[in-house]
Structures are given as structure tokens and as C-alpha cells.
Design a binder for this molecule. Structure first.
Ligand code: SAH
Ligand code: SF4
Ligand code: F3S
Length: 435
């Protein structure tokens, strides 16, 4: 028998890349590849990349540089670049990095085995098409191996919103939804393999239209799948938060009370320049309606500071919005110029102002996060256990609100969902006892 070949995948960027990496590993499994967790003994290295900010894109080139020695020792080693940098800069990667054998974009990775077959003896392959055929149809059926209690499931891809700062509409293409029946098949498969919680993914997941009742319709059907205990979805756009989805937060028990709803900024002038098509006020109204439906909802958001032309006054509007919402967690970034996007052409904010604003915003968001986490003490909450903790008998899981929770629980196993009373709150996690 021949030795199985080894595939090392390194994943950058968002959860969708994590999902895509799983699917690429499965596609390569059909070619006799098994995954390894180090590049050192790999027959093939695949970088699944992110183009969202300048730093993310630069990482790819420095990582590739590190593989030069490996490739000199083992000329048969194949090196591939996938994901959003591949899509945006495929030609440039080929030109700058002769050691790269293949480049494949996020919409054409079902062709990975064919592309690989075309490489060798100096031949290289590049595919950054947005093909007519659907990659998920080409990759029907997933592995059958047991897996952990949580999984991502991509239901929607691409974006038609064109925020003035963002590369996603260019790297992921137009919005496409997978048919609900396919999603349900995949969810049932995952549950059979041990999954208890599914996070539905999309660049604009609440614009999902693969079900005649939209994302809410899909969630209600998923909620009927036996053995699936928890449903989440990310990332949502405030303008696609329809009545149905808001209602689902109120009456669908399996839908978790946690919502990532990026707003980016709190100044209407900047929101307009960002091409967001919503105001601070309309965002706050959506949140009010969500909280009417589900009073204990925890919100999370994304923020950009130092967007072109942002003044101190604009920034204070962002701080005021954050004060009003009170986020359970959040991600905040300094604006990063992305080639080809409209905002890159505009008057830029100084690096010093960006640093200052990021620091102030993160201090506020950090305080809010801690306050909401501390407020869990004394409360009872659902926890889905994922793995054994560092101390004997300890298990770690995630609360309904996505807090990490440590519990002393001999006899508990990954995949168990239990009620837990929270007893204390530490810097990054909660502690509790089984009810
Ligand atoms: N599809 C998701 C994720 C987009 S990228 C969504 O629409 O929310 C994730 C976050 O990165 C964005 O919400 C935004 O806050 C940030 N981001 C995107 N482009 C950026 C840029 N050019 N500079 C800094 N942050 C950016
Ligand atoms: Fe990017 Fe805006 Fe689309 Fe989100 S909605 S992916 S931030 S263009
Ligand atoms: Fe990055 Fe592409 Fe995701 S740019 S954030 S990997 S969609």
C-alpha cells in the first residue's frame, strides 16, 4: 500500500475560510491526502488566505517566504494559495513567488484536485474564475468521521453591498444562496457525526434567499432536526434584519440569544461615505426591536476607526452609539486602505489619530464586555461542553451567549448540553457548577 500523502492547511481570516478549508481537505481526501498539523512533513501546503486588511494580505507573502527551505529540500512539495488573496492577487502571487505551484480562488476550489494534477515539471496552475457551476454541488456529500460538537455551515456567499472600504464583493463575488434542502441535508449529516450546534455562515447571511421565508424560514426548519440543539448565524447586515428574523429571536428556542450585527461607525456622515445605506438611528431601532423580541440578547459588532475624512466629532458619535447599545463583545479595526475600493482614493486620517481612537474605543468596548460577563454571576445558563479543561475533571464549554465556561464535572463529555449556575467571572471566562 502506498503511504497516504500529507496535506497541511493554514487558514487565515473569517469563519467562512475555516469552513472552506474543511471542504478543501475533504476534496483532497478523495485524492489520498490526509491532514497534518505541521508543514515540515507535508507533501502539499495550502494557505487559505484573507485580503480584508493590508496586514492580513502581507502575512501570505511572509509565510510563503518561510517555505523556501522546505521546497529546496523536497522539490516534490506542492505549494498552493487559496482564499481571498488568491482571488485578488493571483497573478501577482505567481509572479512574486516562483515556489507557488497553484492558485485557486474561493469559488473554484472544487477544481483543486484537477489543478494539482496539472502541476509538476515546472507547470503551474491558476484558477480564479467565478464558474457557472456551483462548487457545493460538485463537492456533494461530506466525510463521515465523528467530529466535535460545533460546526460551521455556509449557506450564503458573496456580497452585493459594496461598502466603500471593503474587498469582499470583489473577492467573493455576488450574493448567492444555497438551496434550503441542501443545507438541511448537510445539517443532518453533521448531526449524525456528533454536531450539536451549527453556526450558519454567509458574508451577508441574513440576505439568505434559498428558502421562500428567508433565513428565518431556514432556521425554523433546522430547529426541527432532532439532535441539533443550538443554531447561530453570522454575519448579518442591519438592513437585512427582517420582521421574520426578529420574531425568530423571540420564539425559536434553539436560536441562541447572541447576534453579531456590525455597524462600523456611529456618525451618519461617515456611514453615508461608507455606502452603508443605514443611519445610526435606524441601526439602534433594529436593536430595540430585537431586544423587544428577546430581552436578554447579547450583541456583538464590528467597528472601523479612522475611515477617510473621519473627524474627532464623527468618532465621538461612534463612542456615543457604543454607550447606547452596550455590546457583549466586539471587533474594532483601524481603517486599512484596500486597492481598488473607493475609500482608498480619499483623504486619509493620520496613523496617530487612528491609534488614539482605536485605543479609546477598545477601552470602552472592553469595559462593556466585562460588565456583561460579570452580570452573568448568579444566573443559570445553558452550556454546551466542548473539551476537557486543563485541570482534572474540568470541562470547558460555551454559554448560550458564547462565553467560555469552566465547570468541575466528572462524567461530562464533549457534546453534553447542561444548565449551569455561574459562580464567578474571570478575565476571559466564567466558572460555574452544574444545576
Ligand atoms: N461580511 C462580513 C464581514 C466583513 S469583514 C460583514 O459584512 O460584516 C469583517 C469586518 O472587517 C468588517 O465588518 C469591517 O469592520 C472590517 N473591515 C472590512 N474592510 C476593512 C478595511 N478596509 N479596513 C479595516 N477594517 C475593515
Ligand atoms: Fe464588506 Fe459591507 Fe459586504 Fe460586509 S456588507 S462584506 S463590510 S461590502
Ligand atoms: Fe478575509 Fe475573505 Fe473572509 S477577505 S474576512 S477571508 S471573506
Amino acid at each position: 500500500m502506498t503511504r497516504p500523502k500529507k496535506l497541511f492547511i493554514k487558514t487565515y481570516g473569517c469563519q467562512m475560510n475555516v469552513y472552506d478549508s474543511e471542504r478543501m481537505a475533504e476534496a483532497m481526501g478523495g485524492q489520498g491526502y490526509v491532514e497534518t498539523d505541521t508543514p515540515d512533513d507535508a507533501d502539499m501546503i495550502l494557505l487559505n488566505t484573507c485580503h480584508i486588511r493590508e496586514k492580513a494580505a502581507e502575512k501570505v507573502y511572509s509565510e510563503l517566504g518561510r517555505y523556501r527551505g522546505l521546497k529546496e529540500d523536497r522539490p516534490d512539495l506542492k505549494i498552493g494559495v487559496a482564499g481571498c488573496v488568491a482571488q485578488a492577487e493571483g497573478q501577482e502571487i505567481m509572479r512574486r513567488q516562483p515556489l507557488v505551484d497553484l492558485v485557486v480562488g474561493p469559488q473554484s476550489y472544487h477544481r483543486l484536485p484537477d489543478l494539482l494534477a496539472r502541476t509538476g515539471n515546472g507547470a503551474r496552475a491558476l484558477d480564479t474564475d467565478f464558474p457557472e457551476e456551483d462548487k457545493f454541488e460538485a463537492l456533494k456529500g461530506r466525510g463521515k468521521a465523528k467530529r466535535g460538537p460545533t460546526a460551521f455551515l455556509t449557506v450564503q456567499e458573496g456580497c452585493d453591498k459594496f461598502c466603500a472600504f471593503c474587498v469582499v464583493p470583489y473577492t467573493r463575488g455576488a450574493e448567492v444562496s444555497r438551496p434550503a434542502a441542501r443545507v438541511l441535508d448537510e445539517a443532518r449529516d453533521l448531526v449524525e457525526r456528533g454536531v450539536r450546534e451549527i453556526t450558519l455562515l454567509g458574508q451577508n447571511v441574513n440576505a439568505y434567499h434559498g428558502h421562500d421565508k428567508g433565513l428565518a424560514g431556514l432556521i425554523r426548519e433546522l430547529a426541527r432536526v432532532d439532535g441539533l440543539e443550538r443554531i447561530r448565524f453570522t454575519t448579518s447586515h442591519p438592513n437585512d434584519m427582517d420582521d421574520e428574523l426578529i420574531a425568530a429571536h423571540g420564539d425559536c428556542d434553539k436560536l441562541m440569544p447572541y447576534l453579531h450585527l456590525p455597524v462600523q461607525a456611529g456618525s451618519d456622515r461617515i456611514l453615508k461615505r461608507m455606502n452603508r445605506h443605514h443611519t445610526a438611528e435606524s441601526y439602534l431601532r433594529v436593536i430595540e426591536r430585537l431586544r423587544d423580541a428577546r430581552p436578554d440578547l447579547h450583541l456583538s459588532g464590528d467597528f472601523i476607526v479612522g475611515f477617510p475624512e473621519e473627524t474627532e466629532e464623527d468618532f465621538r458619535d461612534t463612542m456615543a452609539l457604543v454607550e447606547e447599545v452596550k455590546y457583549g463583545s466586539a471587533f474594532s479595526f483601524k481603517y486599512s486602505e484596500r486597492p481598488g475600493t473607493p475609500a482608498a482614493e480619499r483623504a486619509q486620517v493620520s496613523e496617530a489619530d487612528k491609534d488614539d481612537r482605536l485605543q479609546r474605543l477598545q477601552a470602552l468596548l472592553g469595559r462593556q464586555q466585562r460588565e456583561l460577563q460579570d452580570a452573568m454571576v448568579g444566573r443559570e445558563v445553558g452550556v454546551l461542553f466542548e473539551k476537557v479543561g486543563r485541570h482534572p475533571g474540568q470541562m470547558v464549554g460555551k454559554s448560550d451567549y458564547l462565553h467560555a465556561v469552566h465547570v468541575d464535572g466528572y462524567g461530562l463529555a464533549p457534546g453534553d448540553l447542561r444548565r449551569v449556575r455561574i459562580t464567578s467571572s474571570g478575565p476571559n471566562s466564567l466558572r460555574g457548577t452544574l444545576v
